[in-house]
Design a binder for this molecule. Structure first.
Ligand code: DX5
Ligand code: ZN
Length: 228
């Protein structure tokens, strides 16, 4: 069990549309927004950096006029730089990438900001936090994967809990407003424990889109967060 960190003031829930019904994507996005989502998590997979293929800028651009939510783009692609301006043009608000997928992490972070988006760095379960050493002052978001990237519906890897606590300490020490997003296997039953470890932003794909009542699921997640 990870150390209990001071609870951040705000919690955000970001449903991942990877688990939505793609035949009705616009309706699914509207439904999850009406149900009280805070952000829209947009998983981009390239069948190269990860063994799956999902959605690109065209889908982002199609959804942009259909939602007032911030679009939180999680790039699981290699290379990353070429696609960043495309996502910015398509209406992305936040763009995160994996350091292993960029030859020049600092340059990629600068590119995201030049494009007018918030910048995030994504860590796989086995990616060391040393990548934060020279980047934290340039980040708006740290995305910690709690499954190996590539698929929705996987089991939360509990050994990520102490890593969340470690990142929370680094963010608090920086004094900057950096969001700490946890992605993978987040459910009603573990969201409080993940928040206690220090996360403030929660990606939930199958837990939301796999449920019958999105509003009830989000309400229950918030109820669990309220007592953290
Ligand atoms: C995995 C993706 C996640 C995933 C989350 O590569 O980054 O966002 O879709 O899905 P669940 O919540 O089902 O684990
Ligand atoms: Zn993701």
């Amino acid at each position: 069990m990870a150390a209990v960190m001071p609870a951040p003031a705000t919690f955000r829930i970001a449903p991942s549309i990877l688990s939505a019904d793609f035949a009705r994507l616009g309706e699914e996005v509207a439904a999850v927004e009406a149900a009280g989502a805070d952000l829209l998590h947009f998983d981009v997979m390239d069948n190269h950096y990860v063994p799956n293929l999902s959605i690109g800028p065209l889908v982002c651009a199609s959804l942009r006029p259909r939602t007032g939510l911030q679009i939180d783009v999680h790039l699981m692609v290699k290379p990353v730089d070429r696609i960043i301006p495309e996502f910015a043009k398509a209406g992305a608000n936040i763009i995160s990438f994996h350091p292993e997928a960029s030859e020049h992490v600092d340059r990629t972070l600068a590119l995201i900001r030049e494009c007018g988006c918030k910048a995030g760095l994504a860590f796989n379960p086995a990616t060391p936090l040393s990548h934060l050493e020279h980047t934290l002052d340039k980040l708006d978001l740290v995305l910690l994967m709690s499954v190996n990237p590539g698929f929705g519906g996987q089991q939360f890897i509990a050994s990520v809990l102490p890593k969340i606590a470690e990142v929370r300490k680094k963010i608090n020490a920086s004094g900057r407003d950096v969001w700490l997003e946890v992605d993978g296997g987040v459910k009603i039953d573990n969201i409080a424990e993940i928040a206690k470890a220090g996360a403030d932003t929660f990606v939930a794909g199958s837990a939301v889109f796999g449920s019958k009542d999105y509003a009830a699921t989000l309400r229950e997640m918030r109820a669990r967060l309220a007592v953290v």
